[in-house]
Design a protein around this ligand. Structure first.
Ligand code: F6R
Length: 258
């Protein structure tokens, strides 16, 4: 796992956009996250696209997760959110931006179909991830099977409370979600997790330096051969080996890519 520590959220977004730009140029299959953390990276990518520096025309994208019960037209559905915040502003074909179907009658079947669609597309080349304050990635809450496929999950009370800011009230936050499983996420070629702010410091330390455990689903990054964690100083503040990660980056050989 490579851990990159940046001074602030803006420089986390720039570092992440540099990596995604490389993949976009190769017509990659992108795994996209919603939530607040990657928004600044999406803005940076939109700016680069508008300047003519990159194109997503050969890319396709798969979202991590979706609320169950929200129609796709609901402004807080992740289907609508990723379009509003990113894909409608670049030249990716809208028909090639996929998300789990949160309105399916049978969520388990919809989850299995989603994993099949990812496999049929040749797999995800790079998966963007945020992390919940409880250590979730996607909506794999503590206790999630480390090898799970896309399926229904019940949100943790802490996630419902964290996400209430996007809704009129806490009770309006859907309780159930469809999320790529930890097994699904692990099959992506490259995992890139972003975290900013001191409220993420505990989760970042747990995922990077704690035990590999279902109690911290993000700790599956420890098993992945190509994982990049990009954090700001605030989110890095509980890392015991922060100086080592800085030293490693300062001494990174020029032949090593992202
Ligand atoms: C979003 C997702 C979630 C978020 C996480 C952090 O698609 O899968 O895991 O990445 O809840 O959310 P923010 O970035 O809003 O703190």
């Amino acid at each position: 796992m490579e851990i990159l520590i940046r001074t602030n959220a803006a420089s986390v977004a720039t570092a992440a956009a540099d990596i995604i730009s490389d993949y976009a140029g190769r017509g990659a299959t992108l795994g996209l996250a919603t939530g607040s953390t990657p928004v600044a990276m999406y803005k940076e990518l939109i700016t680069r696209y508008q300047r003519g520096e990159l194109s997503f025309s050969q890319c396709q994208a798969f979202l991590l997760d979706e609320y169950i019960g929200l129609p796709r037209g609901h402004e807080q559905s992740y289907f609508a959110t990723i379009r509003r915040e990113f894909t409608h502003h670049v030249d990716i074909d809208d028909a090639r931006v996929y998300s789990p179907d949160g309105t399916a009658e049978n969520p388990d079947e919809a989850g299995a179909a989603y994993d099949e669609a990812i496999a049929a597309a040749g797999g995800i080349d790079i998966q963007v991830l945020g992390v919940g304050t409880d250590g979730h990635i996607g909506f794999n809450e503590p206790g999630s099977s480390l090898s799970s496929g896309t399926r229904m999950k019940t949100l943790h009370a802490s996630t419902i409370s964290d996400n209430a800011r996007f809704f009129d009230s806490t009770s309006a936050v859907p309780v159930h979600v469809l999320t790529q499983g930890l097994g699904t996420i692990s099959r992506a070629g490259h995992l890139m997790l972003l975290a900013t702010g001191s409220n993420k410091a505990e989760a970042v330390a747990a995922l990077a330096e704690g035990p590999l455990s279902a109690i911290c689903p993000a700790s599956i990054l420890q098993l992945h051969p190509h994982a990049t964690v990009i954090v700001d100083e605030a989110a890095a503040e509980q890392l015991r080996h922060a100086d080592y990660y800085r030293f490693t980056e300062a001494n990174k050989p020029s032949w090593q890519g992202h």
